[in-house]
Design a binder for this molecule. Structure first.
Ligand code: BES
Ligand code: ZN
Ligand code: ZN
Length: 496
């Protein structure tokens, strides 16, 4: 999709649709919307008077052949109260407008930003909104959305003086959105197409193309390094495991700067293993590699955005299968760190592979750890598909991430991890056990297990089990993989 900044006055823009947005206030026809109204001979005031234009969130008002405008249609989208409006709203509205028009076979559109909004940030979030909204999971469909395709979008309302900022934001937004869609493409792949080896290959190809250093550990190297927790999950599958390591080195590194470790769970299919899952809905477990895909996507964006800090991405990848060689409940495994684990439930496999992932990231020099994982059904119970579950060992670091999440427009909610929960995973026959001996707090227990391997390093765990996959389409995003957490993590790293 082509995205450009348009400098023509809005009335002269010859697109299939001109889009702008309206605040919910006593008189919704103000500022640039009032200018449109003037060009269109008072049309919008009439719509407002009849109650068809109120500015209520995601209200769509579509007018064909508007008088006084060169555009074939005028679309006004409600964005709610002016005081509550922010960039996160603009991102969603831009996406929702694109999907609304795309479904009506529109091929090109112009989005007019409101007075006061022509900034770098606006252009960035509009680019993010429209590119992520345009994404469809139709790779394996031979009939692609009946040929409905958005070919070009122009962002209007920037003066010549504001243009440079707009171009900058647009370029940045494109990098971030395309990286998010790259992650979503990976998450969409079924497990017969995306084995751990195939995932590693795609990660390697991306890293090489982006100019990042990359190393892939095969099953032999993984065994040599004594990554017993990862191997224990992998032993049940004929598909060998992989550990993907991608490193971003800043052009001029500061000696005192932190080294960020990004660790992502990449179980390419989670049957549960011997503690097998019920058949109903099991097909969804192809997205159990979303954490890994997201971290790989973050690295893709960072390669282009060039932050000032070093980032090491570690993605342990395996299938979790039952079989003649599969680990069994009660088996005791030794993680790379040397800790012994009693595997009481083979379906709590994500924490096992992350145990070796975080330990290895530390060994490679990461000082600050962040992991992302579709880790627990319990986080879905707690937060549904709305918020990412956030757990952190260092409040200042966690607050920094939560602040980035706000800017990125990704909802996240902090849940506790504290030592009182340790009791629940204290081992009876080994050092620790992979599930709780008590009741409740499942998402925290999963986090507590990973924490055992982080030592004193500031660490954040993101449980994306509920948010990495949309069961239903949203007005601004298709059904399927979301790529959640990518924008937050990119913003966090860029803020150093
Ligand atoms: N991949 C699942 C978690 C999951 C559940 C992701 C639902 C997405 C949707 C994870 O490996 C798992 O099976 N966790 C178990 C842990 C339990 C055995 C302690 C769970 O949440 O049921
Ligand atoms: Zn599982
Ligand atoms: Zn899993």
């Amino acid at each position: 999709m082509q995205i450009t900044l348009e400098s023509k006055p809005f009335a002269a823009i010859e697109m299939e649709a001109l889009v702008s947005y309206v605040f919910e206030e006593t008189d919704p026809v103000q500022g640039r919307v009032a200018e449109i109204d003037k060009s269109a001979g008072g049309l919008l005031r009439k719509l407002a008077a009849s109650g068809e234009l109120t500015g209520k969130t995601l209200e769509f008002t579509l007018v064909h052949a508007p008088a006084g405008l060169k555009a074939a249609r005028l679309l006004l989208v409600g964005v709610g109260k002016r005081e509550q409006f922010n960039s996160a709203t603009l991102r969603k509205v831009a996406g929702a407008a694109l999907r609304y028009l795309k479904s009506r076979s529109v091929k090109n559109l112009a989005l007019l930003v409101r007075e006061g909004h022509p900034t770098e940030e606006s252009a960035q979030v509009i680019a993010e909104g429209i590119l992520t909204a345009d994404f469809e999971s139709d790779k394996y469909k031979t009939d692609k959305k009946n040929g409905k395709r958005i070919e070009s979008v122009s962002i209007a309302g920037y003066s010549d003086a504001e243009r440079e900022a707009g171009e900058k934001g647009l370029a940045k937004g494109r990098i971030i959105a395309e990286s998010q869609n790259f992650a979503r493409d990976l998450i969409n792949e079924p497990s017969n197409k995306l084995t751990p080896a195939a995932l590693a290959q795609k990660a390697e190809a991306m890293a090489k193309a982006a100019g990042l250093s990359v190393e892939i550990l095969d099953e032999k190297r993984i065994a040599d390094l004594k990554m017993g927790a990862l191997l224990s999950v992998a032993q049940g599958s004929i598909e060998p495991p992989r550990m993907v390591i991608i490193t971003y080195n800043p052009p001029s590194p500061k000696p005192s700067a932190p080294v960020i470790g990004l660790i992502g769970k990449a179980v390419t299919f989670d049957t549960g293993g011997i503690s097998i899952k019920p058949a109903d809905g099991m097909e969804k477990m192809k997205y159990d590699m979303a954490g890994g895909a997201t971290m790989i996507g973050v690295m893709r964006a960072l390669a282009a955005l060039k932050p000032a800090v070093k980032v090491i991405c570690v993605v342990p990848s395996t299938e979790n299968m039952p079989g003649g060689r599969a680990q069994k409940p009660g088996d005791i495994q030794t993680a790379m760190s040397g800790k012994t684990i009693e595997v009481l439930n083979t379906d709590a496999e994500g924490r096992l592979i992350l145990a070796d992932g975080v330990h290895y990231a530390k060994q490679l020099g990461a000082t600050h750890l962040i992991d992302a994982a579709t880790l627990t059904g319990a986080v879905v119970v707690a937060l549904a598909g709305i918020n990412v579950g956030v757990f952190g060992s260092d409040q200042a670091f966690t607050d920094k991430l939560l602040a980035s999440a706000k800017v990125a427009g990704e909802k996240m909610w902090q849940l506790p991890v504290d030592d009182e929960y340790r009791e629940f995973i204290k081992g009876t026959v080994a050092d620790i056990q992979n599930i709780s001996s008590g009741k409740g707090g499942g998402a925290t227990i999963g986090a507590m297990f990973i924490k055992e391997f982080t030592g004193d390093s500031p660490w954040i765990h993101l449980d994306i089990a509920g948010t990495a996959w949309n069961d239903d389409a949203k007005p601004w995003l298709a059904k399927g993989p979301t790529g959640v957490a990518l924008r937050t993590l990119v913003h966090l790293v860029m803020s150093y």
